[in-house]
Design a protein around this ligand. Structure first.
Ligand SMILES: Cc1ncc(COP(=O)(O)O)c(C=O)c1O
Length: 475
């Protein structure tokens, strides 16, 4: 990087350990293409883009599977919805198909030379271990199984144990609908009334919920709450909640707290073990890039995962959960003797034989994360999103849009959520599409833009800002 081009102060020691927040300031020529290119050439993570298939502008318009001409890269800012495909994916999937084709059932326990894969029966454990450092878990605190909402249900089956006097679940006012429905149905299933038992924390202003507001709502209902379930990064606004403080506060009131990390896993650094989080769940198709609907992750703190045999008894003592044969100890799983011996830790929350093809795609995407760390990714992410914010907000105070996402970098992940003035969404979307830019839109007026540090470039951010400003009529 040319000296003096970027002035930034980055000091992780001055901020809460939840974040790696940095303050970035940009020079007068930051809106030049040359400046964007200079950021890319100075980016220590720039090589990761090569590990992903970036859809070309032409391919984004495809109507059939056959190849189309044109190879100019599109601009993909939708990793908050579906991450891009790692190039190694096809090699991993092919290896799984070849294993199945060549040795059939033996693939469960046989490791083939030259294969990137573990035997099918070891893949879930291996993916769980690799995921631990991404979410700040100890070995044994993560399991890979099912999908996100299913895992939320299974975790609630263990952690939501309502009584006549304590049956409420605290969630946020705009929880992702699947979470809302899952909570609603858990409450009804236990025989309580969701209208009374769902406490929706309201935002302070706009779409943002302060930690203070969450704490005061906890205070208000502390004696009636059976569970707190919140998002690590809110899907709509992109707000990164203070997981550490909120968890500590909930615990100080004797409450159990779980986190939906769909928009946090692979996006922001997490320390689930150190923060004492009771449980958490995430999908792997957003910032984790494992493919649409891929197998999900769950975290259970080690304090809840103990399995004991008091005084050498034959019957284990462990936390209640819903079980199946894959919740049971591998060594005795195939004894078929109906003597259930749960796996200690999060592994004991698995139920079924997981799909090997699904695990294969997660293993492929995790192999990319193995080459970096969440701290490095967060450092770049903070800079990219700050650059995007800078280019969108510079000059022109009369903007026909607002950024709903917190402007404080420590309170957000990669995504910025832009609320457009009424009537602008269709034409802005059309202009972005014409330019080969993929973002996520929510009617009536929101677009969510997520520069992903693994595969987006600063030039992507710059090009997006040009098209967007033009589309909303700014200079
Ligand atoms: C915050 C959040 N929770 C839950 C879900 C539902 O995930 P799944 O369909 O994998 O259960 C999503 C999906 O995008 C989400 O963003």
């Amino acid at each position: 990087m040319a000296p003096g081009i970027l002035q930034e102060t980055y000091n992780p020691t001055t901020v809460s350990d939840q974040t790696f927040a940095g303050k970035h300031s940009f020079p007068n020529d930051a809106d030049s293409e040359e400046y964007a290119r200079s950021l890319d050439s100075a980016d220590p993570l720039r090589g990761f883009r090569e590990k992903f298939i970036i859809p070309s502008k032409a391919s984004l318009k495809r109507k059939s599977l056959s190849a189309v001409k044109g190879d100019e890269d599109g601009i993909y800012f939708c990793g908050n919805s579906l991450g891009l495909q790692p190039k190694c994916m096809s090699r991993y999937i092919q290896a799984q198909l070849d294993t199945w084709a060549s040795i059939g059932v033996a693939g469960h326990f046989t490791e083939l030379e030259e294969s990137p894969l573990k035997p099918w029966q070891s893949m879930a454990d291996s993916a769980a271990e690799q995921s631990c450092r991404l979410v700040g878990a100890l070995s044994g605190e993560v399991a890979i199984a099912n999908t996100l909402t299913v895992n939320l249900h299974l975790l609630m089956a263990s952690f939501y144990r309502p009584t006549q006097t304590r049956n409420k679940i605290l969630l946020e006012w705009k929880a992702f609908p699947s979470d809302h429905y899952a909570i609603e149905s858990q409450i009804s299933w236990h025989g309580y009334d969701p209208k009374e038992a769902m406490i929706l924390v309201q935002p302070d202003e706009d779409h943002i919920i302060s930690t203070r507001k969450i704490m005061s709502t906890i205070d208000e209902y502390a004696d009636e709450i059976a569970l707190v379930l919140l998002p690590g990064v809110q899907y709509y606004s992109g707000q990164f909640l203070d997981i550490s403080r909120i968890t500590e506060y909930a615990h100080s009131k004797g409450l159990t707290i779980g986190w939906d990390l769909a928009h946090a896993a692979g996006n922001v650094p997490l320390k689930l073990h150190d923060w004492g989080v009771d449980f958490a769940a995430w999908c792997t198709y957003k910032y984790m890039n494992a493919g649409p609907g891929a197998i999900a992750g769950l975290f259970v703190h080690e304090k809840h995962g103990k399995v004991e045999y008091p005084n050498g008894a034959d019957t284990p003592v462990f936390r209640h959960r819903l079980t199946g044969w894959y919740s049971g100890d591998k060594a005795s799983r195939f004894n078929m003797d109906n003597k259930f011996r749960p796996i200690p830790g999060a592994g004991g929350f698995q139920i079924s034989n997981p799909s090997a093809i699904d695990l294969t795609s997660l293993c492929a995407s995790l192999s990319v994360f193995e080459e970096t760390s969440m701290e490095e990714l967060r450092k770049k992410s903070l800079k990219m999103t700050a650059y995007l914010q800078h280019l969108l907000l510079k000059d022109d105070p009369e903007r026909p849009f607002r950024i709903i996402t917190p402007l404080d970098p420590s309170k957000r992940g990669a995504q910025l959520c832009l609320l457009l003035d009424s009537g602008l969404l269709d034409c802005v979307s059309a202009e972005l599409q014409k330019a080969g830019i993929v973002v996520d839109q929510r009617k009536p007026g929101v677009i969510r833009v997520a520069p992903v540090p693994l595969y987006n470039s600063y030039h992507d951010v710059w090009a997006f800002a040009q098209v967007f400003r033009n589309a909303v009529g700014m200079k």
